[in-house]
Design a protein around this ligand. Structure first.
Ligand code: FES
Length: 111
């Protein structure tokens, strides 16, 4: 049975999107109609599509990319921050929770 990628937001119900391993986290957010801040169309250039995924769930995602290392500090990566366009779930049977509210909304502003 397929598991969900759950987008957690304050003051709103969780948004659950069935995990598809060929889609990155940004694409899952778009399927769930959740705006996570993409400004570059998912090319790893803007660094705005940040989500925080519990560090214990990180093994359920593809490894951190060079684009993420460019936009996120080592401390942020250790806390579980990822760029939605740069990470893919690797196991469709295991749920992942992405905290959207952990990100300062000013970081998502469209310039
Ligand atoms: S959408 Fe711009 S870095 Fe991911």
């Amino acid at each position: 049975m397929a598991a969900d990628l759950i987008f957690r937001r304050k003051g709103a119900p969780d948004c659950k999107v069935e995990i598809e391993t060929q889609l990155n986290v940004l694409a899952h957010s778009q399927l769930g109609e959740i705006f996570i801040g993409s400004q570059c169309g998912g090319h790893g250039k803007c660094g705005k599509d940040r989500v925080r995924i519990d560090p214990k769930d990180q093994s359920r995602l593809s490894p951190v990319t060079s684009a993420e290392r460019l936009h996120l500090s080592e401390g942020q990566i250790a806390e579980g921050y990822r760029l939605g366009c740069q990470c893919w779930p690797n196991d469709p049977s295991r749920t992942i929770v992405a905290d959207v509210e952990a990100i300062d909304p000013r970081e998502r502003e469209v310039l």
